[in-house]
Write a protein that binds this ligand. Sequence first.
Ligand code: SAH
Ligand code: SF4
Length: 407
Amino acid sequence: MSTEVVATSAISAEQQPSPSAPAQEKVNLLGMSRPQMEKFFEDMGEKKFRAGQVMKWIHQFFVTDFAQMTNISGKLREKLEKLCVIEAPEVVHKNYSKDGTRKWVFRVGDGDGSLVETVLIPAEHRSGLRRTLCISSQVGCALDCSFCSTGKQGFQRDLTQAEIIGQLWMANYSYMEDVPVLERERSVTNVVMMGMGEPLLNYDAVLNSMRIMLDDFAYGMSKRRVTLSTSGVVPKIDQLVKDIDVALAISLHAPNDELRNELVPINKKYPLEQLIAACQRYIAKDGNESSRKHVTIEYVMLDGVNDHPEHAQQMIKLLKNLPSKINLIPFNPFPHAPYGRSSRNRIISFQKTLSDAGFVCTIRQTRGDDIDAACGQLVGQVADRTRRAEQWKKKIAQSNEIMRSQG
Ligand code: SAH
Ligand code: SF4
C-alpha cells in the first residue's frame, strides 16, 4: 500500500462525540428522517418544525449535545436530554491516508462484535474536489456472489438507519472536529451504497437514510450524487422508482444467464431479461430527471471467466436499448478467491470493443489493492485486520514487558 497511515487508533468512549450515558431506553435521533422526527416531536406534544431545527444541528453542525442547540428552549433541551441521544456507531479503528483516503471500522450492535467498514475516496473532478463515501447497508450479505468476500461471510444482520447514516455523519464530522460549531460544513460530496450488503434487501432503512442524505435540513445532497448499487432485486428496483429519485448502479458482471447464474446467483430468481426491463422502467420517460437518464453497469473483470471478446459482443446486444454507462472493475482478489484479475491489456481491449460500439465505458481506478477494496469488498478482511491489529497491540505490549524486565 502506497499510502501513509497518519492515525490508526481504537477510540475510547470518552473520545466519542456521542454521550456515553446508557442509551438502551433512549431514542437515537441520528437515524430519523424528517417525517419520522416530525412525528416524534408531535407525539411529544411539541411543534413539528423542531424536527428541522434539530436535524440541522445534527447533520449540518455535527452537534450531539442538546445543550449546544441554542435556538431551542432550555426546557425542551432538558426534555430531549432525558428522552433521546444522538449516537453514531462506535469507531474501533480509523485510518487516514496521506492521499486523502479515509477508512473507519465501526462496531455495530450491542457488543455482538459485528464490524462494518466505510471508506472515503477523494478525487479531483472538473467540478472541484469530490469526496465519495462508500457506505455499507448490511453486516454480511445473503446473496453469495461467487467473487465477493462479503457474500462469503453469509448474512449477519441489517444495519439500522442510525448505523447507515452514522457512517456519513462520522465521515463529515471527521473534517470538522476542530472547527467551531457554527463554522462547520459538510465535506462528503458523493455517496455510493456499494459497501457491504445488498441495499435493496434492507429497503426501508436504506430508503430513509437516502432521504436524510437528500434532505435540505440534513445533508442536502444532489440526487445525482447518491448512487444505490444492486445485484438486481427486480421488484425492489420498481419500488425504488416510486419512492425516491437517486442514481442506480447494477452489478451485471455477466452478459448471459448461464454465466450470471454462476457469478450472481440472484439471477436465477430475476434473470437478465427481467433485470434489463426493470432498468428500462427506471429510466425517466420525460428525461427531466437527471439522476435517471442512464443506469451505471458494473462489471467485475475476472480473468478468463467473463472477459472474452464474445462477452463484450454479448454486452453490446444486451444493453443496446438501455441508456447506460459501463464501469469495468478490476477484480479485487481475497484469500481463497476462485478467480484472478483480468490483465490490463484484456480490460483495455474489452473497453475498446464497448467504446467502439458507442458506449461510455470507464475502468475503475485501482489505487493499490487496499484502497481498491474500498467498494464492493469492504469488510471481508476487516475482521482479519482487526484481529491483526489486536495481535500487533499484544506484540507491542509483550516487547515493552520484555524491555522493562531487562531493566
Ligand atoms: N450488493 C450490492 C452493493 C455492494 S457490492 C451490489 O452487489 O451491487 C458493490 C460492487 O462491488 C458490486 O458491483 C460488486 O459486485 C462489486 N464487487 C464485489 N466483490 C468484488 C471484488 N472482489 N472485486 C471487485 N468488485 C467487487
Ligand atoms: Fe452481496 Fe453485492 Fe457481494 Fe453480491 S456483490 S454478495 S449482492 S454484497
